[in-house]
Design a binder for this molecule. Sequence first.
Ligand SMILES: Nc1ncnc2c1ncn2[C@@H]1O[C@H](COP(=O)(O)OP(=O)(O)OP(=O)(O)O)[C@@H](O)[C@H]1O
Ligand SMILES: [Mg+2]
Length: 287
Amino acid sequence: MQFDLSINTTSLLANFKHKYWQNEMLHKNDETCKAAVKILTDFENADDVEEFVRELDALILIGSHSNIITFYGWTLQEKIPALITEMAETDLLQYVRKLRGLEFPIKEILSILWQITLALEHIASLLMVHRDVACRNILLTESGIAKLADFGLCCHCDESFTYRATLQKRLPLKWLSIEALVDRIFSEKSDVWSFGVLCFEAFSDGSVPYPALTNLEMLEALQNGKRLEKPIKASSEVYELMLKCWKESPEERPTFKDLSKDLKIILESKTQNYGYLTLDFSKNTDS
Ligand SMILES: Nc1ncnc2c1ncn2[C@@H]1O[C@H](COP(=O)(O)OP(=O)(O)OP(=O)(O)O)[C@@H](O)[C@H]1O
Ligand SMILES: [Mg+2]
């Protein structure tokens, strides 16, 4: 796909050392729309280059899904590779952090979580693992739809539905399951564990998990059967669901299909009118 982007890459590179997201206008066949552009600025950093290529590969493979960020294409802008996606309003971490002190929108949060399980069910059906499921990587659009994003760590499973990482680099340790931390084994079930941590963030106004523990202390605590505590805003049924995601044995954890069913039931018990199209995330994001 050919895109005409009005980016001044020289000024982007002068101002930002890392990737930068820019609200750009995308022009195609005389039509314009807002787009987000992620550029690779640090060609020297092998991790950055690998993440960029992984993300591009994954976005091409995944195709279109209403709860996954829409990929428009990629381009070389003055020799700088750039990924172009739809532009969202905010991300889930910023959204829940801005809710501090306000009435907790339980239905919206449950709807967002349910939408994310649909996205991850799709990823799992393609035998892929996201490996970075966290509130910072969930985008919320102006029209109120939750979208899974940031596929920089996404990878393919083998025939046993697992992926064994060669090196433990730049992985989000506090979101990882025990088998991912210890044996570097990733699967749908390690994404399910991370989804449980995402739920913890969402119900605790975006708190950082295990704030007082080092990575090693956290692993010891998990191996001793300890888990994140119930956030005040989570009901006991929601906390039960989180605890299921953190079962030590991956086989005992639910699949994303199971989680989406459970969340739908919890959501339906809150109201009959839970349609997510009525959500308006712009209300809390204008500061
Ligand atoms: N399409 C988009 N629309 C709006 N904001 C976006 C978009 N993509 C990313 N962002 C914002 O940029 C942040 C970082 O994006 P992303 O997670 O893709 O990059 P990253 O390489 O993981 O960087 P980081 O390490 O900061 O998470 C997101 O948390 C979100 O706030
Ligand atoms: Mg990210």
